[in-house]
Ligand binder design. Structure first.
Ligand code: SIN
Length: 457
């Protein structure tokens, strides 16, 4: 009977019996771990991850190889344990030990090929801020893989989707390959069908983290393949050694693109105290020249927000920051141009605890936080539940690598503020979602890998 285990016991000291399913004889007792033990294990894994992720691949290869060798050396004992607790014949247990070891250092004797197949019918749920690009970013790779698509057009901007469908038709796609569903009142109901219908095999969604969680829950009913490109709260760091003209260009490109309504817009602008005042006044000098107005007017550089709710959110973020001690350096108010217009705004003296620190503003508000050293800036940048894009500006090459690797985001702009490009993989980490769009990685989201093994004996 196995009574001695080298693993630590449960904090509670509890144990449970493991019986041989064949003889019903108790073969061992095992620690009964609980929630606290599990949390402690997660904490240890997180602590170890900090350094293990940086080990050289050859070091990890050596460890895996040694683990493999030890499994083979101890194959008889391992097989006996498997049979004791699982009941399978000893010969099967020995086979399993070899199979298990194979995942650590494989030596296959068959010939295996893999092929990529289209996942099937895809539900593509599109946001209003890029009503053309978000369709082609999803539909392009889906169609290239051989999938057919049902596109839920954004209620706020459905016309572009219909126009693109017309052009797809003219391009010669067979009937039924590209389908558009436009809905306003029925948005939730349509989303429910796309995320629960058994024929739909893949859902790709761009939108808020809140809605992404709901949709993911719905997709779980039929275990769909999913990719979610959700909210961000991008940090934009200007170090003391940055070229401030380049940083200014980057900030204007990132922060004020379509009046701040993209999920990769800079939301928290962190500037080293040595260059803080200078950089803020450079930004003010630039935004003073912006022309806010109707998008059809030639002189307009920045248009309205999408609707009243968006304006109310921006207004709320500004008021919250001011109430907690921020200084309005420029703008800060709704504009009399129309109900959906909010003035280009610059806020200084931002502090932790303001709504902008934890919520995506999605509007034309540049919020400046001072910092004193590199680690402080990294900690501030990473202090977020989401991690889509991050930007920083520095002329120090070592710092560039250090900070790029330390930022907890899916995309980093180093000395550049415009990072969206069809050939670059777009996507986030943390609660910004998962999956990548664009580039060669984008197509992986729309295929499944089939394995075909041929015995050669
Ligand atoms: C988005 O805001 O969802 C997309 C932004 C981009 O493609 O740059």
């Amino acid at each position: 009977m196995l009574r001695q285990w080298r693993m630590g016991g449960a904090k509670s000291g509890k144990v449970f019996a493991v019986d041989n399913p064949s003889t019903l004889v108790e073969v061992a007792i095992c620690p009964e771990f609980d929630e606290k033990d599990t949390e402690a294990a997660i904490k240890r894994a997180q602590e170890a991850f900090v350094s293990f992720r940086k080990t050289q691949p050859r070091v990890r290869a050596r460890l895996l190889r040694r683990w493999y060798e030890l499994m083979i050396e101890n194959a008889d004992d391992l097989a006996r344990i498997i049979t004791w607790e699982n009941g399978k014949p000893l010969a099967d247990s020995k086979t399993e030990v070899n199979y298990a070891a194979g995942f650590l250092a494989s030596n296959p004797s068959c010939r295996i090929i893999t092929q990529k197949e289209p996942v099937g019918v895809c539900g593509l749920i599109i946001p209003w801020n890029f009503p053309a690009a978000m369709i082609t970013r999803k539909a392009g790779p889906a169609l290239a893989a051989g999938c057919t698509v049902v596109v839920k057009a954004p209620a706020e901007a459905p016309l572009t989707a219909l126009a693109l469908a017309e052009l797809a038709d003219r391009a010669g796609f067979p009937k039924g390959v590209v389908n558009i569903i436009a809905a306003l009142e029925n948005t939730v109901a349509v989303g429910k069908v796309l995320t629960t219908h058994p024929i739909v095999k893949k859902v790709s969604f761009t939108g808020s983290t809140r809605v992404g969680k709901l949709l993911m829950n719905q997709c779980s009913s039929t275990l769909k393949k999913v990719s979610f490109e959700l909210g961000g709260n991008a940090p934009f760091i200007v170090f003391e050694d940055a070229d401030l003209d380049i940083a200014l260009r980057g900030l204007i490109a990132s922060k004020f693109r379509i009046s701040g309504q993209t999920c990769v817009c800079a939301n928290r602008i962190l500037v080293h105290r040595k260059v803080y005042d200078k950089f803020v006044s450079m930004v003010v000098d630039t935004v003073e020249k912006f022309e806010v107005g109707d998008g059809m007017a030639e002189t307009t550089t920045h248009g309205p927000l999408i609707h009243g709710l968006a304006v109310a959110k921006v207004d709320d973020h500004v008021k919250d920051a001011v109430a907690k001690g921020a200084r309005v350096v420029h703008g800060g108010k709704r504009l009399s141009l129309g109900t959906n217009f909010f003035g280009i705004t610059v806020l200084a003296d931002m502090k932790p605890g303001m709504k902008i620190c934890s919520e995506e503003t999605f509007g034309p508000v540049a919020a400046f936080f001072p910092f004193d050293n590199e680690q402080e800036a990294i900690d501030m940048a990473n202090d977020s539940e989401v991690g889509l894009a991050g930007y920083f500006f520095s002329k120090d090459l070592s710092r560039c690598w250090r900070v790029a690797e330390a930022l907890e985001v899916g995309m980093v702009g180093v000395n550049v503020g415009a990072i969206s490009d069809p050939v670059a993989p777009f996507g986030g980490v943390k609660q910004s979602g998962f999956g990548r769009e664009g580039s060669k990685y984008g197509i992986d989201e729309f295929v499944v890998t089939k394995m075909i093994m041929t015995g050669i004996e």
